[in-house]
Design a protein around this ligand. Structure first.
Ligand code: ADP
Length: 644
């Protein structure tokens, strides 16, 4: 029982095989017997001398159609039916003559070999066919995998243009539902909703449709591929680059076509934008409002517009042939600033605008404003924009002249007004005691008014003085009276003066152990710088908070700093307070003494003219420390301990 249970159930394949064997056996037996029947009925033996040929044909047929088993079995059946029913003595397996015996066996061997050979050949043929089919299937699978992996849409159509195959990208590019079968769409319906247009939006005629061109036998590839605008299923416009090729049969007849289309909408838009910006840049360059050049880091010119040619006096050929380099247009005094600009463009890719002068071919100098940017990192090409600022400089120079003239003109009457007020005050002082009480009261009133007027004149004088300083500042030319000075004394005196002026305030002074900090300086100007720092600190810090002044000696310089507990400054404000006329507070919030926002700019110019540096450390809400450094004089023996 167990053994039976272990026997595997006969599978469908096995059943089919058994049936095939049965069929083969029936055919193998029936075939030769049928031939024998025909021979006997029509008395073909010995009419046909080689009657065995008929059996061989049956064996051959079975070998080809049914295989080896049927062929061999039919050969055996043929042998026996020949021997038994055809070769005398009949109904007996014996034969009279040995030759007949040999003939029969020869037939058997030949039939079996023929059957074997034919079966083998037929088997091989079938196997080759099967293999070819498998290969074709694999190729079809590969092709469809390739099509599915493509981001381009692919459609394969028959000769009438009806869809036979589309890939997934086709459906997604045309915004079709994933499970939608595009082959349901007739050619005309498809063409209607695709509304194929050229890039200017004009509808294409039917002959120009890519698919129809392909079906007419045209190849659309390379330069012949078409860029067209279509609507997808949602009605959105898409630009496709379409290529395609006809499918031909063995006779060369077109039996269909393949169309491949790529969405190039984004590239097109980018190309259009690029073209637009290129156009913008070109028109700007060609407008010749400013000079535009492209130079490499060695100063070789690659491009130069007409305006630049005009600015430097060299011809375009001279510039572009390499006969003239950027360095040749540089003046020695601007070498450092140029090197800085080159360093900036190499490290950050940008050259911020800076002013300098360049050398014209005729040897003259011209002031220019330059800015640039790296446009080709690999070849280190820099595009530079150069603005001729000669006119602006000339206007500035005239403005300076005007300013200094005006301030001089204003100063003279102001000095006389001040002198006259002081004279009037002195006279009041002299005569007030000898007058009756009413007149004395009146004089006191006049004295008060005169003192107020004196205060206003002082403010006015200071403003005029500052105006004068602006012109000096712009030219970077303060007339310095350089003498050997002791910075300790300058700081002490300035702090004492300020303390005198603001008695209610607390000014702390921290001095170094050295009593002598020698240097070559204009004591008045350095005092002016410290005074400006101090007045600002006193102005902006809360009145109940001290302001501290510190003098420190460093390696080769001295550092003076003024620290307050005021509102502090942001990063941007710290950069900008050194600019002329820059004020942090809004104009409406300015103090009664009407500041101009010039103090720090003047301080910086004075310190820089002394080869020193200025700076500020601050943070909003945490006070500020304004500092300046000055180089210490190296031969201390000659320095006086006191300015006086
Ligand atoms: P001003 O004459 O207006 O004081 P300055 O050049 O001396 O001109 O200062 C420029 C601006 O810097 C001022 O308007 C002020 O806003 C700001 N500033 C200067 N010193 C200080 C300070 N110690 N604390 C806060 N802000 C300051």
């Amino acid at each position: 029982m167990r053994a039976i249970e272990r026997v595997l159930p006969i599978t469908r394949n096995q059943r089919v095989r058994v049936l095939q064997y049965l069929l083969d056996s029936v055919l193998a037996c029936g075939g030769p017997l049928l031939v024998t029947g025909v021979i006997l009925v029509f008395h073909l033996h010995p009419l046909i001398p080689n009657i065995t040929i008929l059996y061989l044909l049956v064996v051959l047929g079975l070998a080809i159609m049914r295989g080896r088993y049927a062929a061999i079995l039919s050969a055996v059946v043929a042998f026996f039916s020949l021997d038994y029913l055809i070769v005398p003595p009949l109904y007996n397996l014996f034969v009279y003559r040995i030759e007949e015996e040999i003939e029969l066996f020869t037939f058997l061997i030949v039939a079996m070999l023929t059957g074997q050979l034919a079966a083998a050949m037929s088997e091989r043929e079938k196997q080759a066919k099967r293999q070819a089919e498998q290969e074709a299937q694999a190729q079809a699978g590969e092709l469809s995998a390739i099509f599915e992996a493509m981001t381009e849409g692919v459609s394969v159509c028959d000769a009438r243009g009806e869809i036979r195959y589309t890939n997934t990208a086709y459906r997604s590019l045309l915004a079709l539902e994933e499970d939608f079968d595009p082959s349901l769409l007739q050619l005309d319906t498809r063409l209607e909703w695709l509304a194929i247009r050229d890039l200017e939006g004009r509808l294409l005629s039917k002959e120009q449709y890519p698919l129809l061109r392909v079906l007419r036998g045209e190849r659309l590839s390379g330069a012949h591929s078409m860029d067209v605008m279509c609507c997808n299923y949602k009605g959105e416009n898409i630009i496709f680059s379409v290529s395609g090729a006809p499918i031909r049969d063995a006779t060369g007849q077109v039996i269909g076509g393949v169309v491949v289309f790529r969405d190039v909408t984004r590239q097109r838009h980018i190309a259009e934008q690029l073209q637009y910006s290129e156009q913008k840049l070109r028109s700007l360059v060609e407008s010749n409002i400013f000079g535009v050049v492209v130079v490499d880091i060695d100063g070789r010119f690659y491009e130069a517009n007409d305006r630049f040619v005009q600015m430097v006096g060299y011809s375009k050929e001279e510039l572009l042939s390499g006969a003239v380099t950027w360095q040749q247009l540089n003046l020695p005094e601007y070498q450092e600033v140029t090197a800085q600009a080159v360093g900036a463009v190499l490290s950050t890719g940008a050259m911020h605008p800076y002013e300098k002068e360049h050398l014209h071919k005729d040897g003259s100098r011209a002031p220019i404003l330059i800015a640039g940017a790296m446009i080709d990192q690999e070849r280190e090409l820099v595009l530079m924009v150069i603005l001729d600022i000669s006119e602006r400089k000339e206007i500035e120079r005239r403005k300076q002249e005007f300013l200094s003239m005006v301030s001089h003109e204003l100063r003279t009457p102001l000095t006389s007004i001040m002198g006259l007020i002081e004279l009037a005050l002195m006279q009041i002082e002299l005569h007030s005691r000898s007058l009756p009480p009413e007149a004395e009261g009146l004089l006191k009133q006049i004295e008060k008014t005169l003192k107020r007027a004196d205060g206003q004149v002082e403010v006015e004088t200071r403003l005029v003085e500052e105006l004068l300083e602006v012109s000096r500042l712009e030219l970077h030319k303060f007339e310095l009276v350089l003498q050997r000075e002791n910075l300790v004394t300058i700081v002490q005196e300035t702090v004492a003066n300020q303390q005198q002026a603001a008695r209610a305030r607390q000014i702390e002074l921290v001095l170094p152990p050295e009593e002598l900090v020698p240097m070559l300086a204009d004591a008045c100007r350095i005092g002016q710088v410290l005074t400006n720092y101090l007045t600002n600190a006193l102005k902006y810090a809360p009145v109940d908070q001290p302001v501290s002044v510190c003098l420190k000696v460093e390696a080769s310089s001295a550092r003076v700093s003024v620290c307050d507990q005021g509102p502090g400054l942001t990063e941007e404000q710290q950069q900008r307070v050194w600019e002329r006329f820059y004020q942090v507070a809004a104009p409406g919030q300015r103090g009664p003494d009407r500041d101009l926002g010039l103090g720090l700019a003047i301080a910086r110019a004075i310190v820089e003219q002394h080869q020193g540096q200025v700076g500020v450390q601050s943070a909003p809400g945490h006070g500020s420390t304004f500092w300046f450094t000055l180089p210490i004089e190296v031969s201390p023996k000659e320095c006086p301990t006191d300015r006086n």
